[in-house]
Design a protein. Structure first.
Length: 441
C-alpha cells in the first residue's frame, strides 16, 4: 500500500474532502484511501483497548501480597482498589495461585435480639440497616426462627397527610421506613387513592400531526416522551393507535459518508456491505441512500431489477466458465441468479473432482479457495468433495500476535465477521479458533 501520512489524511477528511479528491492528490485509487482509513480506525481501536498498552503487562502481583490482603479480611473489590486492578483480575489470580476463594460470612442474627427489636416496633427496613444486610436476609431469619412480626401500624390520618402532599409511593415508604408494598396495602385498606403526579395532570392529547412533526426532527421515543411529558412506552402506543411507524416518516440518520464517496466506491467495484463497514452503518442504509441520489450514466447498470439472461448467452459463458461466481461477475448479478437461470434452462453442470487430484492439492498445502480456482468451481463444491472422500485440510494456526489481537478485539465487542476481515481469515476459521482457545467477552 502506498505511504500516506495519517495526520494529513485525517486533516483532509475533517475538511470534508471526498475519497476521490484525496485519491487525486496522492495519485492513487479511491479504494486505497478507503483501506488506509479503515486501517487507521483499527489501529486506534487497538490502542484504545490496550493491545499496545505495556503498563498492563508490567502489572505483577505476588501470592504473598494477596495472602496479606486475605488476612486483612478484604473482599475482592477492595483488593482490586488497593492493588489498582479489576475485581475479575483478582479472582483470576486466586485461581492461578490456588488460593481458597473468598466467601462472605453469613450474618448471624440472634433470636432473642430479633424478638426484642420486633417487640420495640422496629421495621424490617430498620433491622436491615442495623445489621448491615438485605431485607431478604431479615425476612428469612424471622421465618426460620418462627418470629411473628407485629406489623407496621400507620394511621389513616398520617397516610392522608402524606398523600395530600402529592408524594409518590417511594417517598411515602421512606417517610414511614417501610417498603412500597406495605404502603399500597394500607392505601387499599383505608380506600385511599393516591393522586397522580403533577406532571401527569399537565398532559395533553397528542395528535397525529404533532407526532409526525417530531419524527421529521429524527427524535427517539424517549425524546418525544420528554417533550410531551409521557413515557417512551406511551409514545409507542400512540404510534400504534394512529397506525403510523417511525420507519415510514423518520429522516435518514446522519451517516459519515457523502453521496460522491458512495458513487466512487461503487465505481471502484466495492459492494454495499463493504461500503456499510466503512460508513459504520447497515447495508440497507447505503442501499436506501443510493436509490435516492442522482446516478451518473456509467453506474446505471448497478441497479438491474429486471435482469434477463437468454439461454444462448448462458450456454456460451458456461463453455468458457464453469464457476457460478465468475459467471455472476461477468453478467453483473449474484451467483444465486445464475444458478436459478441454469436450473430454469436445464443447464446445471457439476464439477467432477477425483480423489487423487484432491490429495495432491492437499499435500501442496493449498486452501479451498485456491483449489476452487484450480478446478474452476466454487469453494462449496471443493468442501463437498472433501467430505465425500473423507479428506481434511491441514489448516494453519494463528500466530501469537494474531491470537492476542483476536482476544482484545473480541473482548472489545467486535463481531467475528469484522475480526475475520481484519485478520484476513474466513468466518468459519475464526469461529473454530474461538472455541479452541476458549475466547470469551
Amino acid at each position: 500500500m502506498k505511504h500516506i501520512p495519517e495526520k494529513e489524511l485525517q486533516r483532509l477528511r475533517s475538511e470534508g474532502k471526498t475519497l476521490s479528491e484525496i485519491a487525486n492528490i496522492y495519485n492513487c485509487s479511491a479504494v486505497t484511501i478507503f483501506k488506509k482509513i479503515r486501517q487507521i480506525e483499527i489501529e486506534d481501536k487497538k490502542i484504545e483497548y490496550g493491545i499496545y498498552n505495556t503498563q498492563k503487562k508490567q502489572l505483577n502481583i505476588s501470592k504473598e501480597q494477596l495472602i496479606e490482603l486475605i488476612n486483612e479480611e478484604l473482599i475482592y473489590r477492595e483488593m482490586g482498589e488497593r492493588l489498582n486492578c479489576s475485581e475479575s483480575y483478582i479472582i483470576h489470580l486466586f485461581k492461578q495461585y490456588k488460593l481458597p476463594s473468598f466467601k462472605k460470612e453469613k450474618t448471624i442474627l440472634p433470636k432473642t435480639e430479633l424478638k426484642a427489636y420486633i417487640m420495640q416496633g422496629k421495621t424490617i427496613y430498620e433491622l436491615a440497616l442495623l445489621y448491615n444486610c438485605s431485607l431478604n436476609t431479615i425476612h428469612k431469619s424471622l421465618n426460620r426462627k418462627n418470629i411473628k412480626q407485629h406489623g407496621l401500624k400507620i394511621s389513616k390520618e398520617d397516610l392522608l397527610e402524606q398523600v395530600e402532599q402529592n408524594k409518590t409511593y417511594k417517598e411515602i415508604a421512606e417517610h414511614f421506613s417501610c417498603c412500597t408494598r406495605s404502603i399500597k396495602r394500607y392505601l387499599d385498606k383505608y380506600g385511599i387513592t393516591i393522586k397522580k403526579d403533577l406532571r401527569f395532570e399537565e398532559r395533553k392529547n397528542i395528535s397525529k400531526e404533532e407526532l409526525l412533526e417530531q419524527l421529521k426532527q429524527n427524535k427517539t421515543y424517549k425524546e418525544m416522551g420528554e417533550h410531551f411529558n409521557y413515557s417512551a412506552q406511551s409514545i409507542a402506543k400512540k404510534f400504534k393507535k394512529y397506525n403510523i411507524g417511525p420507519k415510514k416518516y423518520r429522516a435518514d440518520r446522519k451517516i459519515n459518508i457523502t453521496d460522491e464517496d458512495i458513487i466512487e466506491l461503487i465505481r471502484a467495484g466495492l459492494s454495499f456491505s463493504k461500503i456499510a463497514i466503512y460508513a459504520n452503518c447497515n447495508t440497507s442504509s447505503i442501499s436506501r441512500i443510493f436509490a435516492k441520489i442522482e446516478k451518473p450514466a456509467d453506474i446505471q447498470h448497478t441497479i438491474n431489477p429486471k435482469l434477463n439472461i437468454s439461454k444462448e448467452d448462458l450456454e456460451k459463458i458456461l463453455k468458457e466458465e464453469n464457476n457460478y461466481y465468475k459467471i455472476a461477475k461477468k453478467l453483473n448479478c449474484s451467483d444465486t441468479t445464475v444458478r436459478s437461470y441454469c436450473k430454469k434452462y436445464g443447464l446445471n453442470k457439476k464439477a467432477l473432482i477425483l480423489k487423487e487430484e484432491l490429495e495432491e492439492q492437499i499435500n501442496m498445502n493449498k486452501t479451498p479457495k485456491e483449489m476452487a480456482e484450480i478446478f474452476n468451481c466454487s469453494i462449496v463444491s471443493v468442501r463437498s468433495y472433501l467430505s465425500k472422500y473423507n479428506l481434511s485440510i491441514r489448516e494453519t494456526d494463528l500466530s501469537q500476535q494474531e491470537l492476542e489481537d483476536f482476544r482484545v478485539l473480541y473482548k472489545a465487542g467486535l463481531s467475528q465477521d469484522k475480526i475475520a476481515i481484519y485478520l484476513n481469515k474466513t468466518q468459519n476459521f475464526i469461529s473454530r479458533k474461538r472455541k479452541k482457545y476458549n475466547i470469551t467477552r
